[in-house]
Design a protein around this ligand. Structure first.
Ligand SMILES: Cc1cc2nc3c(=O)[nH]c(=O)nc-3n(C[C@H](O)[C@H](O)[C@H](O)COP(=O)(O)OP(=O)(O)OC[C@H]3O[C@@H](n4cnc5c(N)ncnc54)[C@H](O)[C@@H]3O)c2cc1C
Length: 263
């Protein structure tokens, strides 16, 4: 089985600050991590590798420093790594990002299973995985919380707020992982040597390597546009409800809540 895991490098959210003047993320000096759901996706791939001898490739679109995320993935046990990076990709929204990642996956080729995280903690849209599946024309199962390989098909438990679905699917398929899926492993010492001693090459993919329509990528090819980002100002307003008895106070409270359309 050949598995491709999409791994995004994200800022450690506890550290994220926004430049109040420009409304952009302050990335300088902010530590970066592998997006948490993507670690669950990678762990699922590595479990399938342990069980079936699958080959695991990781792919990340981002600036050169996203190499760090790929090296960590190699240290955890991934076999191959691809960094998709080009100035032409800058400013891509989810549509453009998925277009590029789908083209990169087609370039890598020969896949049975694609694993993504459910959601990136910075962009937070949960759109990229399903969009990649659409662009590749393969089925998708989102919110995977349990995966079992049964020869040529997978049994997947899909979480929803109203109950779990048990779905059997043929390959190829794209799954998005949630944190309930597993507990990601730590890199091994051997893995760290493989990753950082250069035993595993990071393969670079740029615009000229991919079969993409240039009108569909980058800032210009992105159908959506973030025109402002800001941290909402937290404000507190309190009012003491007056009344002679508790039931009088309760009636006044109910009236106020009704007036505010809150009940
Ligand atoms: C107009 C516009 C301009 C933007 N410009 C920039 C910019 O200059 N720089 C910037 O960093 N962001 C930029 N963004 C944000 C960027 O579009 C999103 O971060 C990106 O499209 C992914 O969306 P998401 O983070 O919501 O991922 P989600 O859809 O929440 O991610 C789901 C899963 O998809 C996979 N995935 C998502 N992104 C990647 C990736 N890059 N590589 C590998 N796997 C991935 C992961 O498995 C992830 O768990 C811009 C957005 C817009 C709308």
């Amino acid at each position: 089985m050949k598995i491709i895991v999409c791994v995004k490098q994200v800022p450690d959210t506890n550290e994220v600050r926004i430049n109040q003047e420009t409304g952009t993320l302050i990335r300088e000096g902010v530590p970066s991590i592998i997006n948490p759901d993507d670690k669950n996706a990678l762990e699922a791939a590595l479990v399938l590798k342990d069980e079936t001898g699958a080959k695991v490739s990781v792919v990340s679109m981002g600036p050169p420093q996203a190499t760090d995320a790929l090296k960590e993935a190699i240290a955890m046990g991934a076999d191959h790594a691809y960094l998709v990076s080009d100035r032409a990709f800058g400013g891509s929204d989810t549509w453009a990002t998925a277009t590029i990642l789908a083209a990169a996956i087609e370039k890598i080729g020969d896949y049975d299973l694609i694993l993504c995280g459910r959601q990136a903690i910075d962009g937070d849209t949960a759109q990229v995985g399903p969009e990649i599946a659409e662009f590749l024309g393969i089925p998708q199962i989102t919110y995977a919380k349990h995966i079992e390989c049964d020869g040529e098909s997978l049994n997947v438990t899909r979480f929803t707020e109203t109950g779990d679905y048990k779905i059997r699917t043929k390959l190829p398929v794209l799954l998005t992982a949630i944190k309930e899926l597993n507990e990601p492993r730590f890199p091994t010492v051997q893995g760290i040597f493989r990753a950082y001693d250069g035993d595993v090459e990071i393969n670079m993919l740029g615009l000229s390597d991919l079969n993409v329509d240039q009108t569909q990528i980058g800032l210009k090819g992105s159908p959506t546009n973030v025109y402002r980002s800001f941290v909402p100002v937290k404000s507190k307003q309190s009012e003491i409800i007056e009344g002679n008895t508790d039931s009088e106070k309760a009636e006044t409270l109910i009236e106020k809540l009704l007036q505010a359309n809150l009940i």
